[in-house]
Design a protein around this ligand. Sequence first.
Ligand SMILES: Nc1ncnc2c1ncn2[C@@H]1O[C@H](COP(=O)(O)OP(=O)(O)OP(=O)(O)O)[C@@H](O)[C@H]1O
Length: 554
Amino acid sequence: MLGVIVNVLAGMRNNPTADFIEEIKVPALKMVSLYIGQAIFTFFYIDLLAQVGERVAAQMKQDLFLSILQQDMAFFDQERTGELVNRITVDVQDFKSSFKQTISGGLRAITQVVGSAMSLLVISPHLTGLTLICVPSVVIGGTFIGSLLRKLSREAQAQIEKATLVAEEAIANVRTVRAFAGEENEAKLFAEECNAAADLSMELGLGVGLFQAGTNLFLNGMVLATMFLGGHLMSTGQMSAGDVMAFLVNAQTVQRSVAQLSLLFGSVVKGLSAGGRVFEYINKEPKMDTSGTKVIKYHEFHGDIEFKDITFAYPTRPEAIVLKNFNLKIPAGTTVAIVGTSGNGKSTIAALLERFYDVNDGSVTIDEIDVRDFDCRWLRGRALGLISQEPVLFATTVRENIRYGRPEASDAEVYEAAKTANADDFIRGFPEGYNTMVGERGMSLSGGQKQRIAIARAVLKNPPVMILDEATSALDSASEKVVQTALETASKGRTVLVIAHRLSTVMNADLIVVLSKGKIVEMGTHNQLKKQKGHYWNLIKQQDQETEDSARSL
Ligand SMILES: Nc1ncnc2c1ncn2[C@@H]1O[C@H](COP(=O)(O)OP(=O)(O)OP(=O)(O)O)[C@@H](O)[C@H]1O
C-alpha cells in the first residue's frame, strides 16, 4: 500500500503541484504508517480484551459453580435454584459486558483526559487551576450519586431475578400448572414481577440519565467559564490569543472524554452490583467443617452404626427441635427400619447419617468413628448408598446415570449392577438399550424404572451401608413389588437403614423402630410389635383403613 502511494506521488512529479507533493511525501508516509499501526493496535487490543473478558467470565462461572456445590445443605434450604443459576449466567454476563465496555471506552477516555489535562497545565497553570477548582465537589457528588444508583441497580437486578424465578418454576412444573388450570394466574404473577422489574430499571435509567445530564451541564459550564476567564486573561495581556485557543481545544477534549466516562457510569454501576453478587457466593465459606480425613479400608469396614444422644434442629429453623436425646444402634449387617407418621423426623435420621447436616448435640458414629471425622467424599461416595423416594436422574443415557455411582466402573460392572437392581431386562428392552436418553430428570421413564436405575446406581458403589429413604413410597403396588425385590437383593450383606411409610416394606427387618415426635416410642420385630398392640399396631390399622378407603373410592 505504501508503495502504491509513493508511485502515485512519483507520477505526479511533473505536475504544477509536484513541489508540494514532494514536501508532503514524508509526512504522508508517516501518517499512513501511523494509521496502519493504529489498525494493528486496535485489532490486538480488541482481541486481547475479548480473550481476557471471556477467560475471566469462564473462570468466574467455574469458581462460582464450585463454591455453590460446596455449600452446606442449609444454604440450599434457603436459596432458590433459579436464583443460583441466575448468578452463574446473568450476573457473570453483566459483569463481563460491563468490564469490557469500561476497559475499552474507559481506557481511551482516561488517556485523553490525562493527556489533555497535562497540555492544559503546560499552556496555563493559572487558568487550569481556576477551572478545576470545583472538581472535588463534583467527585464527592458523583460518588454519592453513584452509591445510590448502585443500590437501585442491585434492587432492579434482584427484581429481574424474581421474575425469572416465577417463569422458571412455572415452566419446570408445567404439569401441575396445567392440572390446576393455573396458566393465567402464572402469567399474571409473571407480569406483575416483570412490571416491577421494569419500573425499577426505569428508575435506574432516570437516575443515570439525570447524572449524565448534570455532568454534561457542568462540563459545558466549565468550557464557558474557561472562555470567560481566558478572555479576561487575554485582555489583561496575561495570555496570548493562540494560547487561549489551544487551551479551549484541549478543554473540549477533556469535556468530551469526561462526558464519555459519565456515559460509561451506568454500565460500571451495573457491572459492580453484578460482580458483587457473584463474589458474595464465590467468597462464601461453608460453615460445616469438612476437614476430616479418616477412611476405613473396605475389608476392615464392619458397618456398626450408632446415633448417640442426638439433639437436632435444622439450621433454617433452629427453634424447632426435630430430634431430642435420640439413641439408636444399628449393628453391622442388620436391617433396621424406622417407621412413624409423617413429619416425625425419619428422613432427618438418614440426613444425619449422610452428614448433610451436623448434629447440635451428641454424635453419629460408624464403627465407633464420628462421621465428622470422616473424609466427606469417602463417606458419601463410597461408604453409604442412598436411595430416596424421588430418584433424580440426569438428562443423559441410562448407562451414564448408573455410572454416576462410580464413574470409573466398566460396562460389565454397570450391567451387573443393573441386573442386581432388576433393571437389566427393561433397559435392554428399549430400542437403544443402555444408550437410551432418559430425558430431563428421567421424565421419559416410569417411576418404577427410575427407581430401579437409582438402585443400580447405588449398587455400583458397592457401599457397605445402604439407606433406603421411602424408596418405594412413590410407586403403585405392582411396581412396588418389583422394586422391593430389587432392594432386597441389593441390600444383601450390608447394614441397612430403612425409612418407611408403608409397613408392608419393613416386615422382614431385624428391628423396627417406631418414631413419634422425634422420639422412639417402640422397638422390636414385626411380630413382637404387632403383639404389643401399641403404636405400631395402630399404624398398621391406620394403613389398612387407608388402603380400604382408596380401594372403595376406585
Ligand atoms: N430441610 C429442612 N429444613 C427445615 N426443616 C425441615 C427440613 N426437612 C424437614 N424439616 C422438618 O423436620 C421435621 C421432620 O421432618 P422429616 O422429613 O425428617 O420427617 P419424616 O418423618 O421423614 O416425614 P415424611 O414421612 O413425611 O417424609 C418436619 O417438621 C419437617 O418440617
